[in-house]
Design a protein. Sequence first.
Length: 357
Amino acid sequence: MHDHELYQQILGLTAPWKVQAVRLELAPRRIEVQVQCTESTWACPQCQCRMHIQDWDQRRWRHLDSCEFQTLIVAKVPRVRCPEHGTLTVQVPWAEPYGRFTKRFERLAIDLLQECSIRAVCEGLRISWDEADGIKQRAVARGLLRKQTQPVRRLGVDEKSAGRGQNYVTVVANLEPGRSATVEYVGDGRTQETLEAYWQGRSPEHRAAVEAVAMDLWAPYFQATVQHVPEAARKIVHDPYHLSQMLGRAVDRVRRAEHRALSAAGDERLAGTKYVWLYGWENLPRPTRSASISCAGRNSRPVAPGRSRKCSATSGPARASRKGRSSSTRGTVGRSARAWAPSRRWPGASRSTWTIS
C-alpha cells in the first residue's frame, strides 16, 4: 500500500476528495497530506444549487499526529459564486467552516480539556492558549445549538471570579436531584441585569415551573429573581454557608458587648473566648467540652436582668496560669482556633474551668 492510499483510508475520504501526495519533513517532524478535489461543479452551501467552481482557496488544517509527527492536511477548497448568496467557500468533510483544526483533532482536544487544565492541553498538543480556548468555545456553541429548552425545576445561581481584579461572571446551574449539576447559563458580571437576561430568555411557563432557586445573599440576584419568577419569595433558598456566617457574626457581636460590660466591672471571664462561641457543640474540642460539663453550674454567678449566662471561669490554678502568661501568649490562645484542638493543649488545659452553660 502506498503512502497516499494509507492516508486515504486513515482520513476516511471519499469522492470527490482524494489524497494526492504525502510529504514527510524530518527536521520539523511534520507530515503534510495534500488533498485534491476532483469535481468541477459544486452546490452552494446555502441553497444547494449546483454551479461551476469560480476559484480555489488554499487551506491548511491541523490533524491528529502520526507517530508523534505533526500532521497537516493541505487542500485547495472550491469557491462558488451564487447569484443569491454571493461567493462562498464550500464545506470540507473533515473540518468545521473556517476552522483550523480537523474534527478529530478538536474531539481529542475536548476530551483532554475535560480532564486537564488549558495550559496542560496546550503543552501536550502543542497549540496556543487562544487555539485551545477557541476549540472549547466552538464545542460549547455546538452543544447549545443541539440543546433543547426544557423546564428547570431547581436552579443554583452564583458568581465566579474570572481573571484578576473584580471581574465576575454569573453562573446558573441545573440542580436536578439524582443528576450531576449542569450549567444552564453564563453571563458577564454579577449585576441584576445579568441574571435578568437569563430569566427573560425563558418562557413564562418555564419560569412558573421553577420550584426552588439556591443563591447567596447578593441583592441583585434576589431582585432579578423576584421580578421574573412567580412567587419567588417562597422559592428562594439561601445557602447555609452565608447564613451560618451571619449567625457567627451576630454571636460575636453579643460576646463583645457582654465582654465590654463585664470588663468595665473588672470581670475578664470572656477574655480569649472568641472562637469558643463560634464552635457548634458537636465540634467543640473535647478538653473544652469535658471541662464545661464538669464545671457547669459549679461556679455560675447570678445573671443580671436582661442578660443571658454566657461563660464563667473560676479562680484557681487555671486562672493563675492564664494571668502568669504573657499578653502575646494570651492573644495567641484567643485568636487561634487551633489552640483549642486536643493535640495542641495549652498549659493547664486539662484543669480548665471554662464553662458553657
